[in-house]
Design a protein around this ligand. Structure first.
Ligand SMILES: [Zn+2]
Length: 95
């Protein structure tokens, strides 16, 4: 699998500073299920997390994250991507 996403772009994506094109590229790549980039992204989101013995937590994270990504792709398909989601309107309850 190709990795068109550099770590710098992933970092900007996590920080919310990626351009729309970069965000789209990251999402499009992750939606294909790249485990390496998912892991890298998880490490960026949870810095300091142990790299070993963390699989179940990572799986749980990736699962919810992929849900969000599908959401995002759906929004992108309707041309709404880039519109910030107002606080407190997350489709999933925490926990
Ligand atoms: Zn990748």
């Amino acid at each position: 699998m190709k990795h068109p996403i550099s770590e710098a772009v992933l970092q900007r994506f996590v920080a919310g500073r990626a351009s729309r094109a970069e965000s789209k590229a990251v999402v499009a790549h992750l939606i294909r299920g790249c485990p390496l980039c998912s892991r890298q992204l998880a490490a960026l989101v949870h810095p300091g997390a142990p790299s070993g013995g963390y699989d179940s937590a990572l799986d749980a994270f990736a699962e919810g994250f992929l849900d969000d990504l599908e959401d995002f792709e759906d929004m992108a398909a309707r041309g709404l991507a880039g519109t910030p989601r107002p606080a407190g309107t997350s489709p999933r309850a925490p926990g």
